[in-house]
Design a protein around this ligand. Sequence first.
Ligand SMILES: Nc1ncnc2c1ncn2[C@@H]1O[C@H](COP(=O)(O)OP(=O)(O)OP(=O)(O)O)[C@@H](O)[C@H]1O
Ligand SMILES: [Mg+2]
Length: 1017
Amino acid sequence: MAQSGDPPALGSPFPELKEERKVVSILCVDLVGFVARSDQADPEDIRTSLRPYYTCVRRELVRWGGTVEKFIGDAVMAAFGAPLAHEDDAERAVRAALRIVQAVQELNAADPGRELALRAAVTTGEAVVARGARTVEGEGIATGDVVSTAARLQAIAPVGSVVVDEATYRTTRHLVDYEALAPVSVKEQVEPIHVWQASAARSRYGADPAEATPSPFIGRTHELALLKALYARAAREGSVQLVTVAGEPGVGKSRLVREFRAFVEWQPELARWRQGRCLPYGEGIAFWALGEIVKSQAGILESDGPHEASNKLAAAIGAIIEDPAERDWLKTRLALLVGASAPGVGSVAERSESFAAWRRFLEAVAADRPLVLVFEDVHWAGAALLEFVEYLVDWATGLPFLVVCTTRPELFERHPGWGGGKRDSTTVSLAPLSREETSRLIAAHLPGAELPGEIQIALLERAGGNPLYAGEFARMLADRGIVERRGQTMQVAAGAEIPIPETVQAVIAARLDTLPAERKALLHDAAVLGTVFWTGALAFMSGLDEQAVEQGLRTVARKELLRPVRNSSVKGEAEYSFRHLLIRDVAYQQIPRAARVRKHQTAAAWIERLAGDRVIDHADILAHHYGQALQLAKAAGLDDDTHELEVRVRRFLIMAGDRALEFDARKAEAFYRQALTLSPPRHPERAGLLGKTAEAALVGGRLSEAQRDFEEAIVEFRAQGESLGAGEAMVRLARTYWFRGETDRKRALLAQAIELLEREPPGRELALAYTHGAADHMVANRSPECAVWSEKALALAQDLGLDAEAIRARQLRGLARCQLSDLVGGLADLREALRLSLDLGLGNETIRSYGNLGDWVWVAEGPARGLDVKRAGIEFGERRGLTLPVMWAKAETLWPLFDLGQWDELLRIAGDLIEWDRRQGGGQVTVVALTYMAYVLVCRGELSQAHGLAEEFLPRAREILDPQVLVPAVAVVSLIEHMRSNQVTTVRLIEEIEEITRATTTARPATSTPCSRAAPC
Ligand SMILES: Nc1ncnc2c1ncn2[C@@H]1O[C@H](COP(=O)(O)OP(=O)(O)OP(=O)(O)O)[C@@H](O)[C@H]1O
Ligand SMILES: [Mg+2]
């Protein structure tokens, strides 16, 4: 990272003392009440007890790039930005202050006799900075109001807190969470000044991995060196690196990453570290890990309401993205990850669009400093998240980006190709520790304790180099009183019998058994909640008060079964996590089955309460808890309890499906299908649910499933007498037929749907049917009918305030008008549709608007102008990751390219399109591309090649039947046959065109020259 500020002038042997004005941040910390207490204490004792404090303060100051200005008694004043300025001095000062406060708490925890408390303040402003000052000799570096204000603010700070002035607050508020305090009066200043209290720097983890009393780190030098080297490479070259740390449970993956984090934190350039964990609840929670990463970047807490979450998200985006339109787009796509909005109704984004938006956001985060993204436990990630990680690594280029995934080996069974074959991908496999290393690890846990020789051997055998086993074993000995602490060392109790459990689970179980019943009960409740949990949740589940819970947890944490999480993600509640997931698993397995039902229910009830209006963000977790409770209740034969549970499980499964639909249609379909199993035929919710399931299947490209479910939905809706629902399902089924190429069937069904819906009061369903009807006439080149239907659709959609529907209708009306020779009116409609879709941020609609407008600008102003408009659409779509419409838009450029004589370009794009389309299974795009290639070949006299292509595309164009595809295809083949002197065939083909176009009326030469109005409706 670039550092500004002049280095001392090297040429001169005596750097002169020079002054300059600079913006600096001043940090002032002071111990509270210490002087008072030290009156009674022996000075030597005071020194001893303060030494760790000073060491810690110095360490943190150095680490964050601060310079100690002076020590006054036990107060410390430090400057950031003097003599050397960093661009993030205020942030460094606040982070240092927060770390010092925390480190002092840790010092206190380690030594219960010591009760240090401190206050800190950070101010930012201009100061006169003396260059070359010798602070050890008492010369100050910085002078100015900013220094004295820091001292004053420190004195009024609440004990154990960090307060900041306005300038510091303004420069760091997107990086640090603050709470405003009442303004304070400061001597010498007339107006009271505004102050804020810093609560946490934004680097919240999924689960903060700091271990309370970290055991020494043993071995793994090569692995750690490899991570460091990759980080250096990412940071130096601005390249994206993917590292997968793989190994058996407990072998030390998370620990290695933690050690690596400590290294990154000590680097001179500030890096961003963002971490998310994949949850072990089966397949449930798609993108949770990524959600955690975004939440931590934006400082969103689980306890924030949707409004607050949404504001924080907007602020986080605003801080890194300039373009307002892009901000809106990112916000919509990111809101879903953090539960800051309900899923959009009716608009299903392509997953590629979400991917593009998420990548854009992360790239912007990495723009000014290296970004380390950690995805913990990706063996639990759904396929979609893995796909996103691979996509991110493939596409994000030129940025200092390191993606670290930890995983157990089963990932490679599910995903044999994971990470493989990528340029910048590395797998670090963690082997078991060697015997010697394991012995050292045990010795570090049991300093001085001499285990009997045969026990030592058996233990090494059993541990098999697994540090988790070794560590838990050592702790078990302490828990059971088999070893006892004597001063700095441990001793094995005489005559003690030392058990050597078979597995690490058995060791953990043995440790849990040493807990008194009420503590164990707490752990059981916690295990139901998951790896991380909160005091309030446990109070709710156990009926104890929060203080009792907190006290219980603290004692269990002392046994190193749990650890406190530094920055709780729930406001006002302490957060804890199991020290290792296996401890959670063992604790969970100990809960009697019957008790699990109730526990899952109460856990869910608490989460529901916490989540409040943001419940959508937790829908899959809630579905999991209620689902578990339901399953267990059924298994236990508690059938009376199940009705209420079923209602909830269904509700949350549907909600989880709605949420997933925006970016993972497969997952959404799976949630809906699960909900369907709870909604038998004739169940009032079944029909609607079938409709959702079918839509998800359609979006996911599973046409036969979609067809089957829509058909059943129609039957269900009819059985309930719900014509509107039935009508809508019919329209959507008609669309499914269209995708399947069954044009006649589609038309018949659409007509039926319209007839049915017109008998009902007009609503959304009818507007949808009208636009589909209009689109159908459009692809069939029946412009007057299209004009009539689009007019009706537009009027109705506007009446009902259906924006997207109205835009679609307006486009169709525009096209119809153009074709009916009203070029002015038509172009006006098309331009307006484009403007509205851009305004509303509707990706698919925008790109389609560009395409349609481009066609008619070509007619009005020539092919070059038309091509420009189309290219603008392609560029827009590519930025947004809208792959499918981009491909269609590219196919549409073939026509103006042909007219412009840019035939080499045409052949290149057609080749790319065909390659892409074939990878998707081959469809209309290939037919269109081959058709235009044939035009070029004919014009270049390469008849036999053109003829070869025709044999492939003509039969397929005839299947597709739509004139926009078929007419140009038949026309070019007639040309080929004509030039090959097959006049009979030529005439037959021309007659075929005449037949296809007989029913159509069009002013545009769409049916006689190469053209494709082929966007899917
Ligand atoms: N090299 C090491 N030196 C000292 N202790 C270690 C080492 N590796 C792991 N440990 C300790 O072993 C325990 C288990 O390690 P860790 O949690 O990293 O396992 P993991 O591989 O992430 O397991 P899981 O797959 O279950 O997530 C932790 O308490 C950790 O501190
Ligand atoms: Mg782990």
